[in-house]
Design a protein around this ligand. Structure first.
Ligand code: UD1
Ligand code: CA
Length: 464
């Protein structure tokens, strides 16, 4: 049933607010949890559900949002003035109206840990009960700034009342239940109610929550589903709430991976992003951070103090204190300690990048080694190459970047400067301390340094 329901549903993510309580110029939904913006987390969840469409209401920082998520730009709707959550939905109405969707899920963009199961539960509940309006609630001890759920004696949903408008004389004692900011509406209910909203409240805003009492007053059928004390449904309004939710997510991910068969030592200090994939049979020691679209295969060992982003590691060993971004490390390769792989780097099988070695946009071929103190940039290095300590590719002439090509079985002596563009033929050897400015054919010994002179008795400090 779900699949058919989902393909009839359009999601609207409310993300136009300024997020005043974050005290930051950045749009609130671009603040990150484990390196993924709140908005990205919500979008991934909705994306995974196979809905008909997703719309994003953007306003404050619209351009920044569009720049960060260009793939969603066509789904963004501008809410020029942020006149409230109800107004945000009104802005979306022309798009909703023309869509074939029967159901509309609305979600606050600052509740990024909501799960697809929770959304499914709400949507299926509304559908099963033939309701027109559905609300997902949660229980919290102190309702704080949340909208409070008001039910009648039969437990039927009556209204959601915002904290500022709460009057215990009118509504009685707080029920323990608050609004999560996730709603399901039939499109026909929205058609009937959406433009009846007013802003007669403390904040003079158009509240989406007024749709509940409006539906009640017009005898539309309501449904509410309470998720209990679900931490996933807590909203993020301040830096303190952001890091609290981030810590919840961190623990959830670490526990999931431990249960799946990943060994995580000092797990309290391991931060793994929501989109990272790690196979059972890999080992990680904290402190360590792994983010973005990283994929870690079985058999990989990642030692402590390592930062990995958007990288693919295939059964390799990352020694402590490495920084790896946008790179691929092949089977049996070793990296570090203290190595830096910058975007576009690939270490083929059994290659080694040792201490204080930096690689950028370069391939280090099978079984090749750069073990100490090197910079390899814009280079393609073949198999079984030995790059001596202190070797540098001089890839930048101040205006352009140039390529260095090193063929198979080359030996580069220590402290060599390879001035690109330059090609080094297979089976050649470069003498230590050389500055190579011209191509070297295959099977040569190339030495490019001043010849040493020994002048007997000429040490100026030792004159007799
Ligand atoms: C809202 C709910 C409250 C609920 C809580 C759950 C209302 C009036 N109140 O309160 O009942 O318990 O969420 O976390 O809805 N936004 C827009 N355009 C606007 C205003 C807001 O897109 O004009 C977006 C914000 O970017 C945010 C979301 O709507 O993602 C919620 O707005 P926020 O101001 O955080 O509402 P709360 O006060 O938390
Ligand atoms: Ca909020």
């Amino acid at each position: 049933m779900s699949n058919q329901l989902f393909s009839n549903t359009i999601a609207v993510v409310l993300a136009a607010g300024k997020g005043t309580r974050m005290k930051s110029d950045k749009p609130k939904v671009l603040h990150e949890l484990l390196n993924t913006p709140m908005l990205g987390l919500s979008l991934n969840t909705f994306q995974s559900m196979g809905l008909l469409d997703i719309k994003i209401i953007a306003g404050h920082g619209y351009d920044v949002l569009a720049e960060r998520y260009p793939e969603y730009e066509r789904q963004m709707i501008l809410q020029e003035k942020q006149l409230g959550t109800g107004h945000a939905l009104q802005v979306a109405w022309p798009y909703l109206k023309s869509s074939p969707a029967k159901w509309v899920i609305v979600a606050n963009g600052d509740t990024p840990l909501i799960t697809s199961d929770q959304i499914t539960q709400l949507l299926e509940g509304v559908n099963r009960h033939n309701a027109q309006v559905g609300l997902l609630s949660l229980t919290v001890k102190d309702p704080g700034g949340y909208g409070r759920v008001v039910k009648d004696e039969q437990g039927e949903l009556q209204a959601v009342v915002e904290a500022r408008d709460w009057d215990s004389n009118k509504y009685g004692a707080y029920s323990g239940e608050v609004n999560s900011g996730i709603y399901a509406f039939s499109k026909s209910a929205l058609e009937e109610l959406l433009f009846l909203l007013d802003n007669k409240n403390e904040q003079h805003e158009f509240y989406i929550t007024q749709l509940i009492s409006l539906a009640k007053s017009r005898d539309l059928k309501l449904f509410s589903s309470c998720a209990g004390a679900s931490p996933e449904l807590l909203g993020i309004n301040s830096p303190a709430e952001l890091v609290e939710q981030e810590e919840y997510l961190r623990l959830k991910i670490v526990k999931r991976l431990l249960n799946s068969g990943v060994i995580i030592r000092s797990s309290g200090q391991v931060r793994i992003g929501a989109e990272v994939s790690i196979e059972p049979g890999s080992e990680i020691t904290g402190p360590c951070e792994i983010y973005g679209s990283s994929i870690i295969s079985a058999g990989t060992r990642i030692d402590s103090h390592t930062y990995i982003q958007d990288s693919v590691l295939e059964s390799c060993h990352i020694l402590p204190f490495c920084h790896i971004q946008g790179s691929k490390v092949g089977f049996g390769a070793t990296v570090g300690p203290y190595a830096r792989l910058r975007p576009g780097t690939e270490l083929k099988k059994r290659a080694r990048a040792g201490n204080f070695v930096e690689l950028k946009n370069s391939i280090l071929g099978e079984s090749s080694k750069a073990n100490h103190l090197s910079y390899i940039g814009d280079a393609s290095v073949g198999c079984n190459v030995n790059i001596g300590a202190g070797t540098i590719t001089c890839n930048y002439d101040g205006i352009k970047k140039h390529k260095t090509q090193i063929s198979d079985d080359v030996f580069i002596g220590s402290n060599t400067a390879l001035v690109a563009p330059v090609n080094i033929g297979s089976n050649s050897m470069v003498g230590a301390g050389s500055t190579i400015t011209a191509d070297i054919p295959a099977q040569c010994l190339s030495v490019a340094r001043a010849r040493q002179k020994n002048l007997p008795g000429k040490n100026p400090l030792k004159k007799r």
